[in-house]
Design a protein around this ligand. Sequence first.
Ligand code: FAD
Length: 411
Amino acid sequence: MKNQADVIIVGAGIVGLSIAHQILRRSSLDVLVLEKGAGLGEGSTGASSAVCRFRYSNDEMVLLARDGVAAYRNWSEFLGLTSPAGTYHRQGNLWFTPYGRSWAEPEAARLMRLGVSASVLDDTALASRFPLMSRCIRSPDLETGADHCCEGGGVHLLEEDAGYMDPMAAAADLLEAVRARGGKVQFGCKATQVQSEGGRATGVLLKDGTTLCAGVVVNAAGPWCDDLFKDLGLATWPLAPTRIQIVHIDCPSAYHNQLPICADLTSGIYFREQLGSQQIIVGSVLEADEQDKIGDPDLFDRGVDQQFVAAKLHALSHRFPALPIRGVKGYSGLYTINETDVHPIVGETALSGFYAANGCSGHGFKLAPSIGSLIARSITGNQDHFDTFADPGFLSVNRAPISVQTKSALA
Ligand SMILES: Cc1cc2nc3c(=O)[nH]c(=O)nc-3n(C[C@H](O)[C@H](O)[C@H](O)COP(=O)(O)OP(=O)(O)OC[C@H]3O[C@@H](n4cnc5c(N)ncnc54)[C@H](O)[C@@H]3O)c2cc1C
């Protein structure tokens, strides 16, 4: 039977579109992306905080993040579009920790060695750079909300080039770039099964019964990825769709553009500005907040729990005492967590020609261009100057579990 495409990618989230774009940047292969939703943002990407930071426990992850973020920082050139909708907001990411100089300085040195710009800030430097932020290194009491006497004296790590993007703008830009390079993206088109013959992927079966043939199939189905692995007996990693809550509040204009992105390890929150600084979004970096496993990714509570809101806003007020608590709202999205080691699986599966790009947890936005380059290079054999040269075996499907310092999005 004639192939409908050389490569079929299931899922038009940030990962699927990045893979398509990376293949098209370096080859003339026919690429077809299938998306079951009516438009973009149906899965994790639509809810993403899209923070692009660099520090991970493992150096290979730092390299993957560094090289992924390089694409966002050079977005127009990377896409080949003159006026993309997405903009990289370089605000720096502050690791506000109680660990002090003995942690911050070696971590800054490690990042610099890996090509990531980093510095350390003591109380004086912090007050001068981010005067609105409290220097307190004591953990706030998140259960009762009781006040305490604040205590300074910390030393903190700043990733200077960290930033964020609007994830929907980034996905829309990729869609345009893929189509501009001749790729096809079909919405309202659900793949129900990967077809194979003689140990090779041969295409996909669609919900309407049509078979589409292709020599290569990529699973970029986000929280739904296991549906495509199970039939083939390839669900070898526990990839769990997990509900993740986000709170956001209004930010008065007097405070716009005065905060870095912050991972506040004294209270387990991260926060950043959004919508041109008009809001601040707050999420969690705690493993305890990544336990709400979801059976069916189509059915989960998209709202936020009041207890979560109260604890996270208390933590935010502790770090940013002047901020009035107004306009509180929230939502939930899904991480796909690899429960073994919270790292993605990326590469060809045991079924020849069938690739996995799954289990991206809270890392998938920043890593997407790198994941795209790893898979595109493996499929086409061609390199591109935006490629990552992190070890392709590091995230491979048949790797051993990676050892991690925390099984949260910080990993
Ligand atoms: C609240 C939240 C905050 C986050 N914050 C960050 C962050 O700060 N930084 C960071 O780097 N990452 C972050 N992430 C993680 C990141 O957003 C995800 O890892 C990334 O978006 C995953 O992209 P994806 O393309 O794999 O999946 P998705 O965006 O879920 O896309 C998968 C697509 O596949 C489609 N699909 C599924 N099954 C089929 C099928 N059978 N046929 C056709 N189409 C199908 C779905 O409809 C969906 O559109 C966050 C995620 C969430 C939820």
